[in-house]
Write a protein that binds this ligand. Structure first.
Ligand SMILES: N[C@@H](CCC(=O)N[C@@H](CS)C(=O)NCC(=O)O)C(=O)O
Length: 216
C-alpha cells in the first residue's frame, strides 16, 4: 500500500521527506495542505499530528511526524530499497546525523532571519543594515557547510544530510523570485553552487519541486 505524505508546498521539512521518498523509490500519495486555509488545524489532520505540522506520513496503520524521524524510519523500514540515506557504518551515520542537526540548529536560524527581512518586512520598512547582517549570516553559514564538501555530497555519498540542507539553499531562489533585486547566487560558494546543481540533476528532483513556486 502506498505511503501517504501530508505536506505543504515549499516547507523545507516536508521537502526533505519527499526527496527521501523519491530516493527510496517508495510509492506515495501526496496530500497538500494549505497553511493559509488553516488545514493543519483541522480536526481530521490534528488526529494524525496533534502538533499541527507537516510533514506527516501514514504508512499502513503507522502515523509518523517530525521530518528527521520520518527520513530515518523510511531508510530503516525500507533498507533494501533505493538509496541508503543513513550509512551502515556508525561513524559515517553519526556524521550524517550531526550535519542534519547542524542544519536544523544553525542554518535554519540564519535563513529564517534573511527570509524575515526580505519577504516579511514591507519594502518601505526594510532596513539596509539589518538586511545586510542577515545576508552575511547566511553567507557565513553556507561557507561553513561548504567546507564539508570533500566529495560530491556533504557526507561523502548522497545522504539525509543533503536532503536536510537542500531546501534551505533552494529557498534563496524563491527569495530571488519574490524580490528580483536579491542576488541569491552570490551567497553560495562555487562548491556549494555545484552541489546544488548535483541535487537538482537527480532524476526524481523535478517531482519534489514545490508546486506553487512553479506557478509564480
Ligand atoms: N520539527 C518539525 C517542523 C515542521 C514544521 O515546522 N512545519 C511547518 C511548515 S515548514 C508547519 O507545518 N507549520 C504549520 C502551519 O504553519 O500551519 C519537523 O521537522 O517536521
Amino acid at each position: 500500500m502506498a505511503i501517504t505524505l501530508y505536506y505543504g508546498s515549499g516547507s523545507p521539512y516536508a521537502w526533505r521527506v519527499q526527496l527521501a521518498l523519491e530516493a527510496k523509490q517508495l510509492p506515495y500519495e501526496r496530500r497538500v495542505l494549505s497553511f493559509s486555509a488553516g488545514d493543519t488545524r483541522k480536526p481530521e489532520f490534528a488526529k494524525l499530528n496533534p502538533r499541527h505540522r507537516v510533514p506527516t506520513i501514514v504508512d499502513g496503520d503507522f502515523v509518523l511526524y517530525e521530518s528527521n524521524a520520518i527520513v530515518e524510519y523510511l531508510d530503516e523500514a525500507y533498507a533494501s530499497q533505493g538509496t541508503r540515506l543513513y550509512p551502515g557504518d556508525a561513524r559515517r551515520r553519526a556524521t550524517v546525523r550531526r550535519i542534519v542537526s547542524e542544519v536544523d540548529g544553525y542554518t535554519s536560524e540564519a535563513t529564517d532571519a534573511l527570509i524575515e527581512e526580505l519577504l516579511y518586512v514591507k519594502p518601505e520598512a526594510r532596513d539596509a543594515a539589518r538586511l545586510e547582517k542577515a545576508r552575511a549570516g547566511v553567507a557565513d553559514e553556507f561557507a561553513f557547510l561548504a567546507r564539508y564538501l570533500e566529495a560530491d555530497f556533504l557526507a561523502g555519498p548522497l545522504s539525509a544530510a543533503d536532503f536536510a540542507l537542500y531546501p534551505y539553499v533552494a529557498f534563496l531562489d524563491r527569495c530571488h523570485q519574490r524580490v528580483p533585486t536579491f542576488d541569491a547566487e552570490r551567497l553560495l560558494t562555487p562548491a556549494l553552487a555545484a552541489w546544488k546543481r548535483r541535487i537538482e540533476a537527480l532524476p526524481y528532483f523535478g517531482e519534489t519541486y514545490p508546486p506553487h513556486w512553479r506557478a509564480a
